[in-house]
Design a binder for this molecule. Structure first.
Ligand code: PDD
Length: 295
C-alpha cells in the first residue's frame, strides 16, 4: 500500500500528483488543510474535520465551492485507490488552496480553489512512546504565531512557525516541541496540543492562548468527562509544566502521547502517569466503539 493523491478530482499515485507552480498554495502558502485518520477503516470525527476546514477557509477569506459530501466522496475514492479502508488504517490530508492565478495577492486572480487529498497508510507511532513516554523540548527564541498575526486557530498550509519548532525538537532527539505564546504562557506543541495533570486535574491552555482548536483535544476532554476526569482550560506557564504530575500531547494521528521529559527535566517521577493511561485507554475504547457502532 502506498500513497495516492487526488488533485482536483484526478487520482494518481503520489509520484504523478502535480500542482502548477502558480497555485497560490505553493507561491504564498495560501491555503488550509485537515488531517484525519480512520479506525476500522472508517473516517474518525470526519464531520468535525469538515467543519474546521470550513472555519479555517473562512478565516482566510476563501470560499469553499465544494459540499461536505463532495469532499467526503473524494476522500473515500482516494483511500480506495490507495487500498485503504478495507485493510489498514488511513492517514488522509485534505488541502484546499486559493488556486491557480497570476502572481498577485488579489483573490480575484484565482477563480477556483485547488482541492488536494493525500491518502496513505497511517504512520505507526512506536508502541514505546505510549508505554514509556517521550521527551519534548521547549522552543527557544521563537514564539507561537501571535493570534492577531496568522492565528493558530487557522489550520494553515503556512507551517513555517511549526517547522522551526520541530527543527529544535529533532536536533535534540525529542518527539515534540512546546511553544510559548507572546505573553510567555504555554500555547501548544508544533504538531499537537499540550495537557498537564496536576493533583488529579487535567489542564490545557485555553484557545485564546493562541493554539489550534484540536479535534483530539476536544475529544480527550469529552472522554475524560465521561469517566469522571475533570479538565480545565486555564493559562499555564513553564512552572506548571515542570512541576506537573503528568503531561501529554494530543493529535489526530498520535491520539494521546505521554510526555515524561521536558529538555533535561523529568515530569513527575519520569514514568507514564495513571490519568494519562486511563485517558488513552478510554479514548481508544470510544474511538473503536464509534467506528464499529458497538458500545
Ligand atoms: N496536526 N496543534 C497543531 C499546531 C497541529 O498541527 C495539530 C495537528 C494539533 C492537533 O489537532 P488535531 O487533534 O485536530 O489533530 C494541534 C496534524 C495532525 C498534522 O499537522 O498532521
Amino acid at each position: 500500500m502506498s500513497a495516492y493523491v487526488n488533485v482536483n478530482g484526478v487520482v494518481t499515485d503520489a509520484a504523478h500528483a502535480v500542482i502548477p507552480v502558480y497555485d497560490h498554495g505553493f507561491l504564498y502558502g495560501e491555503g488550509v488543510y485537515e488531517v484525519f485518520r480512520t479506525y476500522r477503516g472508517k473516517p474518525f470525527l470526519f464531520d468535525r474535520h469538515q467543519a474546521r476546514l470550513r472555519a479555517s477557509a473562512a478565516r482566510i477569506g476563501l470560499e469553499v465551492p465544494f459540499s461536505d459530501e463532495e469532499v467526503e466522496r473524494r476522500c473515500l475514492e482516494t483511500m480506495k485507490a490507495a487500498g485503504l479502508g478495507a485493510a489498514g488504517e488511513a492517514y488522509v490530508r485534505i488541502l484546499l488552496t486559493r488556486g491557480v492565478g497570476e502572481i498577485t495577492y488579489d483573490p480575484a486572480a484565482c477563480p477556483f480553489p485547488s482541492l488536494v487529498i493525500i491518502a496513505k497508510p497511517l504512520p505507526p507511532t512506536p508502541a514505546g512512546h505510549y508505554e514509556h513516554g517521550i521527551k519534548v523540548v521547549m522552543v527557544e527564541d521563537i514564539i507561537r504565531n501571535h493570534p492577531e498575526s496568522v492565528s493558530p486557530l487557522i489550520k494553515s498550509n503556512n507551517l513555517i512557525n511549526n517547522a522551526l519548532g520541530m527543527q529544535q525538537a529533532i536536533r535534540a532527539g525529542a518527539a515534540e516541541a512546546v511553544f510559548r505564546n507572546y505573553r510567555g504562557e504555554l500555547a501548544e506543541c508544533a504538531q499537537s496540543n499540550l495537557f498537564i495533570v496536576s493533583k488529579g486535574v487535567v489542564k490545557t491552555p485555553p484557545l485564546d492562548a493562541g493554539l489550534l482548536a484540536g479535534i483530539t483535544r476536544a475529544f480527550t476532554i469529552e472522554v475524560g468527562a465521561s469517566i469522571g476526569i475533570r479538565c480545565e482550560e486555564t493559562p499555564l506557564n513553564d512552572q506548571d509544566l515542570f512541576g506537573a504530575d503528568e503531561a501529554f500531547f494530543t493529535s489526530t494521528t498520535k491520539e494521546i502521547v505521554p510526555i515524561v521529559q521536558v529538555d533535561d527535566r523529568k515530569i513527575g517521577d519520569g514514568m507514564v502517569g495513571p490519568i494519562t493511561k486511563k485517558l488513552l485507554a478510554q479514548y481508544r475504547r470510544q474511538a473503536e466503539a464509534m467506528s464499529t457502532g458497538r458500545p
